[in-house]
Write a protein that binds this ligand. Structure first.
Ligand SMILES: C[S@@+](CC[C@H](N)C(=O)[O-])C[C@H]1O[C@@H](n2cnc3c(N)ncnc32)[C@H](O)[C@@H]1O
Length: 263
């Protein structure tokens, strides 16, 4: 699938995604994934950061609240407009702009760190995106990103439940399929029916790669992996937010931290 087609799908998703996530229906992100990501993030106060695939800016704002001087890019103009509107109302010094992560509009060695929350797996050429990120990172700067876990969320995954509806496992397949924009359609299941029905389902092109492919691409970009994270809900969190209970049985997200080894 061509980059322009991927961009058009995300632009079509952006209004519904912004409204529903701001209404609190992106439970995995808010309850589990972002808190775990931020817990793994090194100190960023006073550092120049770039958030790649920022969406409507919720996670960029969280990093800025730690004192980082943030810039952020997304391929979708509607996401960028929503992010800029929040910045105008409640300024955190974040500069948002529309850009394709395959061609970052920044000079070499511009940033102390780069974040990418759940965006890299949506891009067709993640190896060139990783090289772009390495290019704009200062020597010794770091990248931290989250993606769907390549091992546990390959192109086919079906969650298994017992008679009481408790998650007991998952059937997965297609791990070695190199997907080139396989389209998935869904909407935040936590949203009440009338809110789900107010929008067309999201249409999301997936670019699944194996774990070894990701490691090769990261290392090939000149980055050294320093940390992995695999968020899993505590018993208390799963009770408070049953949506995330499945992450106690099989992971959904992979977090990667890597340092620019260039000197
Ligand atoms: C799953 S959303 C995550 C958004 C946000 N980071 C969050 O955590 O809420 C993936 C984001 O990646 C963006 N995206 C996809 N392809 C992109 C590309 N080539 N360059 C920049 N952004 C891209 C989409 O527009 C979308 O905002």
């Amino acid at each position: 699938m061509k980059r322009e087609e991927v961009a058009a799908f995300w632009e079509a998703n952006a209004e519904a995604w912004t409204q529903l996530s701001r209404e609190g229906y992106d439970i995995y992100r808010d309850a589990l994934n972002t808190p775990a990501f931020l817990a793994m993030l090194p100190p960023v106060e006073g550092l120049a950061g770039l958030d790649v695939g920022c969406g409507e800016g919720s996670n960029t704002r969280k990093v800025a609240e730690y004192g980082a001087l943030m810039q952020a890019v997304d391929i979708s103009p509607t996401f960028i407009r929503h992010a800029q509107e929040v910045e105008a109302r409640e300024p955190l010094g974040i500069v948002y702009q529309m850009a394709d992560a395959h061609e970052l509009p920044f000079e070499d060695a511009r940033f102390d760190f780069v974040t990418a929350f759940m965006s890299l797996m949506d891009m067709p050429h993640q190896d060139s995106v990783l090289r772009e990120i390495a290019r704009v990172l200062k020597p010794g700067g770091f990248l931290q990103f989250s993606i769907l876990h390549p091992c546990f969320v390959p192109p086919y995954r079906k969650t298994l439940r017992d008679a009481e509806g408790r998650v007991t496992g998952a059937t997965i397949a297609g791990y070695f399929d190199d997907s080139q924009g396989q389209v998935e359609r869904w909407i935040f299941s936590a949203a009440p029916k009338e809110r789900q029905e107010a929008f067309a389902p999201f249409v999301i092109p997936r670019f699944h790669r194996t774990l070894s492919w990701w490691v090769d691409a990261i290392v090939g970009a000149g980055l050294t992996i320093t940390k992995f994270g695999e968020p899993s809900a505590s018993e208390e969190l799963a009770q408070a937010f049953p949506t995330v209970a499945d992450t106690r049985v099989v992971g959904i997200f992979l977090h990667v931290q890597a340092v620019n080894a260039r000197v």
